[in-house]
Design a protein around this ligand. Structure first.
Ligand code: ADP
Ligand code: ASP
Ligand code: MG
Length: 482
């Protein structure tokens, strides 16, 4: 009988230098004693940012950027390979392979500089170079350690739609391709090392799954292979009660539900790409978040079930990567199709809407989009509502980027009265103004918009109000008395 499969993903810091890559390979090898292991790797930390910045500068006409990019990537990856691979032939082959990939990325940048243009399709090709490099290096390290490590580009495994920069997987073809490519190697005890973040359309054109998308790659592959579990190895001990960079006394949660983790990711908790849990919810494949720097820690388990938390609120999250768009004016009242036209316009540019609210006077509709979508959303709205603006039925279409969204999340919030009151009185005491509020009917979160300068204070105050730094203790008490 075939062994259970564990898909494990290593994020940018977990493959950030030679020592980290060696330690990732050691973790994979140890796990492979008990089960089949599929490794998914991100680019070395900083590399995707470097690639995206270079592509942007090139398209603005800076021709020299390609040389600089090639030099930086060559240095970083060559040094890593030299520190890790002692076998002369392996090292020579690997260096030749990475040279080709890096030169190709630099050439694409030269093309962008010549054309003075960067299409989303071209950006995806350039941005995904880092993962192709780390997958090859990690597979070679596994071979050095005596295991059959083989690098795979996920462009050959994960099939997506054609939305460059944020593609979504097509489950059927992905399953067929992934199983056909990886099963033979898994059956002989080998370890496939797959690129995170990248994929390809049905026609084979490279796409990416959005920034931070390697988490999503891991669960897509986990679902395609009917994996036993997925482990996301990162640089924190698990999902915490808040971003530890904002709240130093945040604590790690032993377990959270798919819904809770999904809400946290949706409202900006960087520890997970917002789509990560989608592929595994139906089949109930557990996802673990663990610290590759401290593999002895058990981390956070994400599944369907949750233990009750006395506080109702389990974690607080926030992000500044949003913009508020308001459409206001007397023309909004009584025009039955105005909301449909507004959201038709946002849909036409595939803007991701994070929150919607309508003021009580009913003469303004305001909603929050991802910051990256703001400019094209505003343009689409101005085009769609041109007549109303021109006739002064609409007073304005405004974009405010100086905002942050804060959300309190917990599956048991729905059964716990008074949470909204405590949220509002906490913010009142701190003198923080709420620009807009939303609570979904599911009651798994209360989210609100504040000025971006007040974000950290709001998160810290709510973390304190709901005693989240004592959460783990509280949860243990609750489960023992249940
Ligand atoms: P990786 O490179 O491994 O994918 P990321 O930087 O994307 O890692 O995500 C991990 C980071 O997410 C942590 O270092 C932490 O600062 C941040 N983070 C934000 N919110 C949370 C949270 N609620 N729990 C844990 N980490 C969080
Ligand atoms: N390297 C990609 C990024 O930086 C994907 C990832 O790290 O998950 O966005
Ligand atoms: Mg990440």
């Amino acid at each position: 009988m075939s062994r259970p499969i564990q898909v494990m993903k290593f994020g940018g810091t977990s493959v950030g230098d030679a020592a980290r890559i060696r330690s990732a390979a050691t973790i994979a090898l140890e796990a492979a004693k008990q089960r089949s292991v599929v490794v998914v790797v991100s680019a070395m930390s900083g590399v995707t940012n470097t690639l995206i910045a270079a592509a942007g500068k090139a398209s603005a006409g800076d021709e020299s950027v390609a040389e600089g990019l090639a030099r930086a990537l060559h240095t970083k990856h060559r040094e890593t390979i030299e520190a890790l691979i002692s076998d002369v032939e392996q090292r020579r082959d690997l260096l030749a392979e990475i040279d080709v990939l890096i030169d190709r990325a630099a050439n694409y940048c030269r093309g962008c500089a010549l054309l003075g243009e960067l299409s989303p399709r071209a950006l995806d090709v350039i941005a995904g170079t880092g993962e192709r490099l780390t997958a090859r290096i990690t597979a070679a390290v596994l071979r050095e350690m005596g295991c059959q490590g083989v690098a795979f580009d996920a462009t050959e495994l994960i099939v997506t739609d054609e939305v460059h920069g944020g593609a979504r997987p097509l489950a059927g073809p992905t399953r067929a391709k992934t199983q056909a490519a990886l099963t033979p190697l898994l059956e002989t005890g080998g370890i496939p090392v797959v690129t995170g973040y990248i994929a390809a359309t049905v026609k084979g054109i490279p796409t990416t799954l959005g920034r931070g998308g390697s988490d999503f790659s891991a669960t897509i592959l986990g679902a395609a292979l009917d994996a036993h579990e997925v482990i996301i190895w990162t640089d924190v001990n698990g999902v915490q009660t808040a971003d530890p960079r904002m709240v130093p006394d945040a604590v790690t949660l032993d377990e959270v539900s798919y819904i809770e983790a999904g809400e946290l990711a949706f409202f900006g908790a960087k520890v997970l790409h917002p789509m990560t849990l989608r592929p595994v919810i139906e089949s109930g494949i557990p996802v673990w978040i663990r610290n590759s720097f401290q593999p002895q820690q058990t981390g956070t388990k994400i599944t369907h079930s949750v233990r009750p938390t006395p506080q109702g609120v389990k974690a607080v999250t926030a992000t500044r990567d949003v913009a508020m768009i308001s459409v206001a004016g007397p023309g909004i009242i009584g025009v039955p199709d105005i909301a449909a036209r507004i959201f038709g316009a946002t849909a036409s540019v595939r803007a991701s809407i994070v929150m919607i609210s309508q003021s009580s006077s009913q003469d303004s509709i305001c909603f929050v989009v991802q910051a990256a979508d703001a400019t094209r959303t505003e343009k689409a709205l101005r085009d769609a509502l041109y007549k109303e603006v021109h006739q002064h039925d609409l007073e304005h279409i405004k974009v405010n980027r100086n905002v942050a969204i804060v959300a309190a999340v917990g599956e048991n919030m729905c059964g716990t009265p008074g949470i909204a009151g405590r949220v509002f009185s906490t913010l009142g005491k701190e003198g923080i103004n709420m620009i807009a509020i939303a609570q979904g009917s599911s009651e798994y979160n209360i989210s609100f918009l504040v000025e971006s300068g007040a974000m950290e204070k709001a998160v810290q105050a709510l973390h304190k109000t709901f005693s989240l730094s004592r959460q783990t203790e509280g949860a243990e008490v609750a489960s023992k008395t249940a």
